[in-house]
Design a protein around this ligand. Structure first.
Ligand SMILES: *[C@@H]1O[C@H](CO)[C@@H](O)[C@H](O)[C@H]1NC(C)=O
Ligand SMILES: *[C@@H]1O[C@H](CO)[C@@H](O)[C@H](O)[C@H]1NC(C)=O
Ligand SMILES: *[C@@H]1O[C@H](CO)[C@@H](O)[C@H](O)[C@H]1NC(C)=O
Length: 310
């Protein structure tokens, strides 16, 4: 009897494990060695990292959205309030993301941000800041929320433990150019967002035009009053036109280094929090416009769940 129970238990376990795996088969996944990351980034290396220049994506064929029928999640949330830490004089959800290219060894930077999740240690950036042009995961991802004027934020640099991007990113690197990650953060029971605050999110904005605030670390481009050295947190507020599969900021180059920067509406300057609905994917040279993916709610929630639970 005992053996049978054990066997039953084992079979159940195997079935559960394989079910869990197959339900995530549609995400691109990257895992990191946190200790290696911490050892890798000396202060000199952090200083020498240069903003990432995304590959030129000129003309692209529009793809219709691939519906992810395999995954059925309980969570299909489209709206979440910002998470405000009243102890912060100002919240600091946006930070620099330092990465290294596995193929070239180049040390580069992107922009990332904390957004409100139950887990509390989750950030979002561009897909092309997690996977390189050859589809390989970048290495040594490290996030410093509140980084500015060349100095780390109040929490220093936090190693990324796991990251994931939509599977569709491979075929349509603009409309799906986003990815999420979880940092290893342990601060006496506080989660990352308890310290930094976190943007809310709005996945289905109904307006066609959105007054949008974007913070990032550009080395070039059109952000006003910005030294463009990749070391200063800069901000721009512009109108954005929303279409089915992407959002467009006309006549603006957000600059290299802004890749992954959150596109937010209803930004509250007193608390430094807003509602994220997109992120900087790339600057389209031909049309002189910056472009962001639209987040498909199911994929977005899948990613949140994956990086929270793994
Ligand atoms: C776009 O679609 C056309 C026709 O299907 C195809 O010939 C072309 O290679 C595609 N271009 C890209 C960049 O995918
Ligand atoms: C999730 O929500 C979107 C709209 O917000 C809807 O189109 C989709 O069918 C929902 N998916 C599930 C599995 O409920
Ligand atoms: C993009 O458009 C803006 C506004 O018209 C203009 O100031 C800027 O020079 C343009 N940039 C390029 C590279 O054409």
């Amino acid at each position: 009897m005992k053996e049978k129970l054990t066997l039953y238990f084992l079979i159940t376990l195997v079935v559960m494990i394989s079910l869990t795996d197959s339900s995530y088969a549609d995400l691109m996944i990257a895992k990191f060695d946190v200790d290696k990351t911490l050892a890798f980034w000396t202060p000199e290396k952090i200083k020498s990292a240069k903003p990432l220049t995304p590959k030129e994506i000129g003309f692209r064929n529009k793809t219709s959205r691939v519906k992810n029928s395999k995954i059925k999640r309980d969570d299909n949330q489209s709206l979440k309030e910002p998470f405000d830490n009243p102890d912060n004089s100002l919240n600091y959800p946006v930070g620099i993301l330092s990465i290294t290219d596995p193929d070239t060894g180049a040390l580069t930077t992107c922009t990332a941000s904390v957004f409100n999740t139950d887990n509390g240690n989750i950030g979002i950036t561009a897909g092309h800041c997690i996977f390189n042009n050859n589809g390989r995961q970048y290495e040594n991802l490290m996030f410093s929320p509140g980084f500015d004027i060349g100095a780390p934020g109040p929490l220093g640099f936090l190693p990324v433990a796991i990251a994931a991007a939509p599977a569709e990113y491979n075929d349509d690197p603009v409309a799906y150019d986003y990815g999420m990650f979880r940092v290893d953060f342990d601060d006496g029971g506080n989660r990352l967002q308890d310290r930094t605050g976190a943007n809310g999110w709005l996945l289905n904005p109904t307006q066609d035009n959105l007054i949008t605030t974007v913070f990032g670390y550009p080395q070039s481009g059109d952000m006003p009053n910005c030294p463009n050295d990749g070391l200063h947190l800069c901000v721009i507020v512009r109108n954005v036109v929303v279409s089915d599969d992407e959002s467009v900021m006309p006549d603006v180059d957000l600059g290299t280094g802004s890749s992954g920067a959150p596109w937010t509406i209803n930004h509250n300057t007193d608390r430094n929090l807003g509602y994220m609905y997109g992120n900087e994917a790339f600057y389209n040279v031909q049309d002189n416009q910056s472009e962001s993916p639209r987040y498909d709610p199911e994929t977005f929630n899948d990613l949140v769940e994956y990086v929270s639970d793994n």
